[in-house]
Design a protein around this ligand. Structure first.
Ligand SMILES: [Ca+2]
Ligand SMILES: [Ca+2]
Ligand SMILES: [Ca+2]
Length: 242
């Protein structure tokens, strides 16, 4: 095998290494909570369990019970999940189904939703126009249903968003404690029975330190140099046998 082929095969093997995410926390709000070994959990706060309506969205995971937040104010009271004693890690990724419930009034009505990690926005400005306004914005989340009734409150219809596609919810993180805050805000936010939000199928993954990810540039140089030396040694051996 030529030196260039040796290096190419080696690089292909490295590129094919699987991603190294592991489950940190998950909750479907129907009693199934999973937590990585040794990790402490507080919350999620400020939410009640409400019943999802029966419908096509059940297959997407908005099913059984979901965590419902109806608080008022600007900002409204956040639903907070705190994870402590997290093993050494480099990255965290958050996914959940977001229900924008009842009479959201969009950008024009100043009704917004955001997610923060340790006090810093990961995604913000999320809004929809269940009642009035014309702007939908999901920060990279994928709209699954609009104009449906996701719950028993039929005061305007609801919107369901899959937040697993929002790039902002995958972020560098290494501290042993992570505080996630889910919150509505905006001068038009009314809350109560008029406007609310909910989440279901919350899944948080993390990347433990020391697990093979994409090698650093210095590591690449060492590996390529090492394979080059191996190729030279093979050629020398062939010359010796000739
Ligand atoms: Ca559920
Ligand atoms: Ca509703
Ligand atoms: Ca409003």
């Amino acid at each position: 095998m030529s030196r260039s082929k040796t290096v190419a095969v080696a690089l292909a093997c490295i590129a094919a290494s699987p991603a190294s995410a592991a489950l940190l926390y998950s909750n479907n709000f129907d009693g199934a909570v999973s937590v990585a070994p040794g990790v402490g959990v507080a919350g999620p706060t400020t939410s009640t369990l409400e019943a999802a309506a029966v419908g096509a969205w059940n297959a997407n995971g908005w099913v059984g019970q979901y965590a419902d937040n109806r608080t008022q104010g600007n900002p409204a009271t956040a639903t907070v999940l705190t994870l402590t004693n997290i093993p050494a890690h480099t990255q965290v990724s958050v996914a959940f189904l977001l229900g924008l419930l009842e009479s959201w009034d969009s950008l024009q009505g100043n009704d917004f939703f955001r997610v923060q990690a340790d006090g810093v926005d990961l995604v913000s400005g999320i809004t929809t126009n269940n009642a009035s306004g014309s702007t939908e914005f999901y920060a990279g989340g994928t709209r699954l249903f609009k104009g449906v009734q996701l719950n028993g409150n039929t005061f305007f219809s609801d919107t369901l968003v899959d937040m697993s596609t929002a790039a902002g919810l995958t972020f560098a993180h290494s501290a042993p404690t992570l505080t996630l805050s889910f919150q509505t805000y905006g001068v038009g936010w009314q809350g109560g029975s008029d406007e609310g939000w909910g989440m279901d199928n919350l899944v948080i993954n993390f990347t433990p330190s020391g697990v093979a990810g994409v090698p650093e540039p210095a590591s690449w140089a060492m590996m390529i140099g090492g394979f080059g030396l191996a190729g030279m040694a093979m050629r020398r051996r062939r010359v010796a046998f000739a």
